[in-house]
Design a protein around this ligand. Sequence first.
Ligand SMILES: *[C@@H]1O[C@H](CO)[C@@H](O)[C@H](O)[C@H]1NC(C)=O
Ligand SMILES: *[C@@H]1O[C@H](CO)[C@@H](O)[C@H](O)[C@H]1NC(C)=O
Length: 262
Amino acid sequence: MLLPSLLGFLLQTTILFHKTKADSDAQSLYGTWSSKSNQVFTGPGFYDPVDELLIEPSLPGISYSFTEDGWFEEATYQVSGNPKDPTCPMASLIYQHGKYEILSNGTLILHPIEVDGRQLFSDPCNDDGISTYTRYNQTETFHSFSVQIDSYHGVWSLQLYQFDQSPMQPLYLAYKPPMMLPTETLNPTDTSNTVENTGTVDGASETGSLQKRSLRSMVKRSLENRHKTSARKIQKGFWSSSIFWYIASGMLGLGSILFLMA
Ligand SMILES: *[C@@H]1O[C@H](CO)[C@@H](O)[C@H](O)[C@H]1NC(C)=O
Ligand SMILES: *[C@@H]1O[C@H](CO)[C@@H](O)[C@H](O)[C@H]1NC(C)=O
């Protein structure tokens, strides 16, 4: 019985080490992070900068990517209830990318490239089905962040704290290397008339310089654009594998129960 207890002790020590180890430096940010729905990811599946398309994911969520050399990318798809009519939720898709900096006190600041950010906003009961497509430029400041193994989901998680120190929904590592669009200015022109356009569900006609696109063509495009990338999807790790839990629970006995309760 000595060997199993020894292994159990080692496993437990490893778990506790990983569980308590929280990093907050640029290297720990490296990768693509996505909220629990695991449907929203930065990269070409969310925004097509050539054809100016934001592509609606199947579920709401947020995603951030970070490189090791100071670039970030952000993709958010948020749906908010309409207090007047619950059947009319408002939805917004936002894309931004640019440089990030980590201050010596741990504050993380995202500086977007001003001309590249985009927002698609839809308020179906008030906009006649025509979503508003605009430039978006919002510097984001996070009081702090930490990266650690999430002992429940068995994956790396990123916790961002907003400026008022309230925690955001946790993000989980989805790709490493990250899935991102090129880290350079994608739309160098500053003329806004090609950008302040609208998209419509029905793909109606063009009005002046306003371009309208059907949602269906947006989705089709997104599939066509899912070309190769260096990003690597994170597989279910050792930490979440059933074999691991089988061994751990078998060997740790009471110890593992205490660990799970902790
Ligand atoms: C870090 O410094 C910046 C700039 O001085 C400040 O705005 C921010 O609140 C500080 N963050 C923390 C965690 O103290
Ligand atoms: C983008 O935001 C920054 C900071 O809020 C502001 O200084 C800048 O003028 C904005 N640029 C554009 C093009 O709106």
